[in-house]
Design a protein around this ligand. Structure first.
Ligand SMILES: [Fe+2]
Ligand SMILES: [Fe+2]
Length: 302
């Protein structure tokens, strides 16, 4: 058993939560998603300032630290069911995001945590901590590095500066065909299919990894300027069923269809779960005498 506050101080320092100020995207998304809902009643003052850090403050003592990528209904249900009073959930995003399935239903974009789940979390005195941008661009533990490790990327370089941090990783891999890389990625992320776009290449030697939402034409351009063969990301283009989503999809596809790169989408959730399971939870258990448990999603393309 450990003190919640010791864990929070450790995480805030390790990820330099305050260095970035309010999270560049979550400071917009959280208030938007919780419009007409008194979310500050549930969330800490610290979180309302930074949109990272301890979001829901539960009991003082933590037995188990859980970890996941999004607070989906399923993830929270399992957290509430498997936890004891005071337990702690580390998340990459403070809100759910339904990105859509390239071979199934479109997504509904960002979604709030439902009130009944928020109430159950408060009743059971559970804590939720979220770390978004500071985890995407941390120099030791970031969302891209565990993917690079799995692909054995050499000559690694960080690039694509967003709000004072690098969100992309660039490097060389042993030559591989499009088909073999696709199979390797399906295996790494435990997904049934890849969302593929762009050129089909026999020989891929230079890759860029942008975990999460890599579906930005500005990113595509910066990556292509670096003579990259394969662009590996969560979302190669939007699958979200609204006007904005459709426009983003059109814009991205126009670029992808005329690009010399191969684009591999492995799902937003799976692309960013790896860091939680392989890096963040082990970091916590190496520094504290505590149990850890990752909470995967049944369907990564959600
Ligand atoms: Fe991310
Ligand atoms: Fe993300």
């Amino acid at each position: 058993m450990i003190k919640r506050d010791d864990l929070v101080i450790f995480l805030n320092n390790y990820f330099s939560i305050e260095k970035y100020g309010p999270d560049p995207s979550m400071s917009r998304m959280v208030p938007m998603v919780y419009e007409n809902f008194e979310w500050n009643k549930y969330f800490t003052q610290y979180f309302s300032n930074y949109f990272n850090g301890l979001m829901i403050e539960g009991g003082e003592n933590v037995n188990t630290v859980f970890g996941s990528v999004f607070p989906t209904e399923e993830v929270l249900e399992n957290f509430i069911k498997d936890s004891k009073e005071g337990d702690f959930l580390f998340l990459h995003h403070p809100i759910d995001m339904e990105c859509g399935d390239p071979q199934g239903l479109s997504g509904r974009a960002f979604l709030p945590i439902k009130k009944d789940q928020l109430d159950k979390i408060i009743q059971k005195k559970l804590s939720i901590y979220s770390c978004h941008h500071p985890l995407d661009c941390h120099n030791e533990i970031n969302t891209n590095l565990p993917i690079a490790k799995k692909l054995n990327v050499k000559n690694k370089n960080y690039f694509i500066n967003v709000a004072g941090g690098f969100v992309g990783l660039l490097g060389d891999i042993d030559p591989i065909s499009k088909v073999d890389l696709e199979n390797k990625l399906k295996d790494i992320f435990d997904i049934p299919y890849i969302d593929f776009g762009g050129k089909i290449k026999d020989k891929i030697v230079k890759v860029a990894i942008i975990a999460g939402s890599g579906d930005k034409v500005d990113f595509f351009k910066e990556v292509e300027e670096n003579n990259v063969d394969a662009y590996i990301t969560g979302e190669i283009h939007s699958h979200i069923d609204n006007e904005r989503g459709k426009n983003k999809m059109k814009e991205a596809l126009e670029y992808i269809n005329n690009s010399d790169m191969s684009f591999f989408g492995v799902s937003h959730a799976a692309s960013e779960f790896l860091v939680i399971k392989n890096e963040v939870l082990p970091l916590i258990s190496n520094n504290f005498n505590i149990l850890i448990k990752d909470l995967p999603l049944t369907n990564w393309w959600h």
